[in-house]
Design a protein around this ligand. Structure first.
Ligand SMILES: [Zn+2]
Ligand SMILES: [Zn+2]
Length: 264
């Protein structure tokens, strides 16, 4: 399985992905925004796009569907709850479904919160992938969690983090739907000013172009992403300055962080 990640240079900073099987030269277009660019990329690789998958229904994750579908005949798959929200969706996926194309194996995780239909895709470690790979859409970003203000719900997002993402192993590679890493590291440091990992990565990527941003592991994210550090005493102590009545539960911490990030 080979992953091509392309930054879209749009205002929202989307990443588009082509996931290809190097044996059969078949590929999946994930969340295409610039459909023509994905077609050109597939052609350069000698790949045939056989499938389009959308993590969720927001326009910046589906806008390239028609161009890719018209040129390749690839069907559009997304979560079953998205049926009716994504034009020409051919199949409704649900949690646990296995998507197989050549040597590609992607497990569907149902991760609502950013929107009620959001899914993530997980390639587990096997003979083809040394490490698990997570395509996290707008749920988990480098150094942050997705927002919940366009049809989302923060309690549901927290539940998805706890049940679906937090249990994944440290070596899981993270491929998110947008590149917000630099800005998010700034937010992380505003919550934990003496977090040396956040500081280190902020310096490391300061001059890095979007297309060259590092692919992080969940283990690395756990060192600086505040939404994966809900137990941190320092994060909690600082939050209590803004939220004097903050509860003791991880959910309270997650929601307070998300509320602050909304205004960051
Ligand atoms: Zn979105
Ligand atoms: Zn998005």
């Amino acid at each position: 399985m080979k992953i091509l990640r392309r930054y879209m240079h749009n205002r929202l900073g989307n990443f588009n992905y082509l996931i290809g099987c190097e044996e059969t030269h078949q590929a999946i277009a994930l969340d295409p925004l610039d459909g023509q660019q994905m077609l050109d990329l597939a052609q350069q690789q000698g790949w045939q796009i056989k499938l389009i998958i959308n993590t969720h229904e927001h326009h910046d994750h589906i806008e390239g569907n028609p161009v890719v579908a018209a040129a390749t005949g690839a069907p559009i798959w997304a979560h079953e709850n998205a049926l009716g929200n994504i034009p020409n969706q051919a199949r409704g996926l649900k949690a646990g479904d296995l998507i197989e194309l050549g040597s590609i194996r992607l497990k569907v995780l149902f991760t609502p919160g950013h929107t009620p239909v959001h899914l993530c895709l997980l390639a587990e470690a096997d003979g083809h992938n040394a490490q698990p790979i997570l395509f996290s859409g707008d749920t988990l970003f480098n150094a942050c969690a997705g927002n919940c203000f366009n049809g989302g719900d923060v309690d549901t997002m927290y539940d998805s983090f706890v049940s679906q993402l937090m249990p994944l192993p440290d070596e899981t590679l993270l491929y998110p739907g947008h590149d917000y890493m630099k800005n998010n590291l700034g937010f992380a440091l505003s919550r934990e000013p003496d977090n040396s990992d956040a500081r280190c990565w902020q310096q490391a990527v300061a001059d890095t172009e979007h297309d060259d941003m590092p692919v992080m592991t969940l283990g690395q994210e756990r060192l600086y992403n505040p939404f994966l550090r809900l137990h941190s005493e320092k994060i909690r102590a600082r939050l209590k300055q803004e939220f004097p009545h903050l509860g003791e539960g991880d959910r309270d911490v997650f929601k307070a962080l998300r509320a602050l990030r909304d205004q960051w």
